[in-house]
Design a protein around this ligand. Structure first.
Ligand code: CS2
Length: 485
């Protein structure tokens, strides 16, 4: 039987496999991370590993899962170690050592609050996915009727949500005379730091107005733009990585070579020098974030819905479809004028690089993985640029087609989405005819706000959906854009 990857077996690895060259037993915990998924383990934890290797030992990570014990169960027997396989022209294996402890919040809420409230903790970082913020996607307001939010307002010491944990820990620190930590959101939300600051302040105000005022005033939530394509790890990945290591790794992560992190340089206390690992610390993240949400994530969602409708399992497969491959640059070119970038930003190169990243055949990024949670993603990825185009009097055909593809996805599958029940009810009541289905779905205000009231939007999406149904996705994309709506 192969031995497990652990601190004790690290030395048996082949010399070309990168591994922590620092003494992990001397690390302090400076970061408590909520949402220990593949994204954090292949992005922030990797950049933090570089900082630790540079000699600053204050930034060990206690990572918490808000739900499932699976990551803890896989990584606790490995002393928190796991492998990152970077897949590109060449594959590179690195063992990452920055996560020193993993908590499962529902098992030990008190331990998680204590870790967040510890004097050495300066950063509470988050990758919990869009839906965990319990917000109304169109208006960005806290969903105060959400069962978990109501639960947490009433039970400050036994929270379930990120806001419950953050508020409990900030209250504890305040009572103990400690400065608050910086809350660092690394999810793909629009203006993610400002959004979290607003939602957290609102949550805390409902719990205790004094705490709300304190958070509004004292807690920094810098904006960040995070970018790395990270497909879900499969059993086949686990087997092939374990075979390459010569040691069993129960939960490795896979990533593309590209990695970008742009962070607003506004922290309450000390922070790791993530710039040593290539992060950009800037005064204003907004242009980078909007660029990434609209060009990368907007294209990704279009690829996910068009690609899965056309029967393509992965993003790279969808990019090999001539119709979809021709559509993507058109969608990006239509989006680019909605961005206002700092002088010197080369958007054409950014778009060309995105197309190349999507074509990476080694990643096997499933279209259905990206298709999940569309209700939480559409507003910032496709509807916001569509609104800008309408204001500027420009055609919206490409964005209308992408939204129509989402509607077709909702109407023809059982979507994985926090709003699935409501969406499926709307689809059943409206029936499959685009003339009825499109206005019915556009009427879901939590997603579409008022954009569906615009006749150009209604007509554009209805025409696109009809073409998708009659011609199929690969043909429909070739026709889209000619009509000028
Ligand atoms: C993807 C993102 O699943 C999705 O919705 O669009 O996870 C995307 O891969 C990352 O944001 C890339 O940085």
């Amino acid at each position: 039987m192969t031995r497990r990857l652990t601190q004790a077996t690290l030395d048996t690895l082949r010399p070309d496999i990168v591994r922590p060259r620092y003494d992990r037993t001397t690390l302090q915990t400076g970061i408590v991370h909520l949402g220990v998924g593949a994204f954090q383990r292949a992005h922030q934890a990797v950049m933090t590993d570089t900082v630790l290797a540079g000699g600053d030992r204050r930034w060990g990570i206690t990572a918490a899962s808000l739900r499932s014990p699976a990551t803890r169960d896989a990584l606790a027997p490995q002393d928190g170690l796991y492998t990152l396989e970077q897949r590109g022209v060449q594959n590179v294996l690195s063992v990452i050592g920055s996560i020193t402890n993993i908590l499962v919040a529902p098992e030990s809420p008190t331990a998680l609050i204590a870790a967040l409230a510890h004097p050495h903790t300066h950063i509470a970082s988050l990758t919990v996915t869009e839906k965990a913020y319990c917000r109304d996607p169109a208006s960005d307001a806290l969903d105060e009727a959400h069962a978990d939010i109501r639960h947490d307002i009433a039970n400050p010491h036994m929270p379930r949500t990120v806001f419950g944990y953050l508020a409990a820990a900030i209250a504890r620190r305040r009572a103990e005379g400690l400065a608050p930590f910086t809350v660092l959101c690394c999810d793909n939300l629009p203006a993610n730091g400002q959004t979290v600051h607003r939602l957290l302040t609102r949550f805390a105000t409902l719990q205790n107005p004094g705490l709300g005022a304190y958070i509004a005033d004292q807690v920094a939530c810098p904006d960040t733009m995070v970018d790395r394509i990270i497909p879900a790890t499969t059993d086949a990945d686990r087997a092939s990585i374990s075979a390459s290591l010569g040691l069993d790794d129960a939960w490795p992560v896979i990533a593309e070579p590209f990695s970008q992190w742009v962070i607003e340089n506004r922290f309450t206390g000390p922070r790791p020098a993530w710039e040593q690992a290539g992060a950009m610390l800037v005064a204003d993240v907004a242009p980078f974030e909007t660029m990434k949400l609209r060009l990368l994530n907007g294209s990704h969602s279009a690829l996910a819905y068009l690609g899965s409708l056309a029967g393509h399992e992965t993003v790279a497969d969808a990019m090999a479809d001539p119709g979809i491959a021709a559509f993507l640059p058109r969608l990006m070119q239509a989006t680019a004028p909605t961005l206002s970038m700092p002088a010197g930003t080369d958007l054409a190169t950014y778009q060309a690089n995105l197309l190349q990243r999507f074509r990476n055949p080694a990643l096997r990024h499933r279209t259905l993985q990206i298709a999940m949670d569309g209700s939480q993603k559409l507003p910032q990825r496709l509807l916001a640029p569509m609104a800008s185009l309408l204001t500027a009097g420009r055609p919206i055909a490409c964005h209308a087609l992408a939204v129509a593809a989402w509607m077709r996805h909702i109407a023809t599958t059982t979507p994985q989405d926090p709003m699935a029940a409501e969406l499926m009810r709307v689809v059943t009541e409206a029936g499959p005819e685009p003339e009825h289905l499109v206005p019915a779905l556009l009427g879901v205000r939590a997603i579409f706000g008022t954009i569906g009231d615009h006749p150009v939007v209604r007509i554009g999406i209805t025409t696109a959906l009809r073409q998708l149904i009659i011609l199929g996705p690969s043909e429909a994309v070739l026709r889209s854009g000619g009509e000028g709506w």
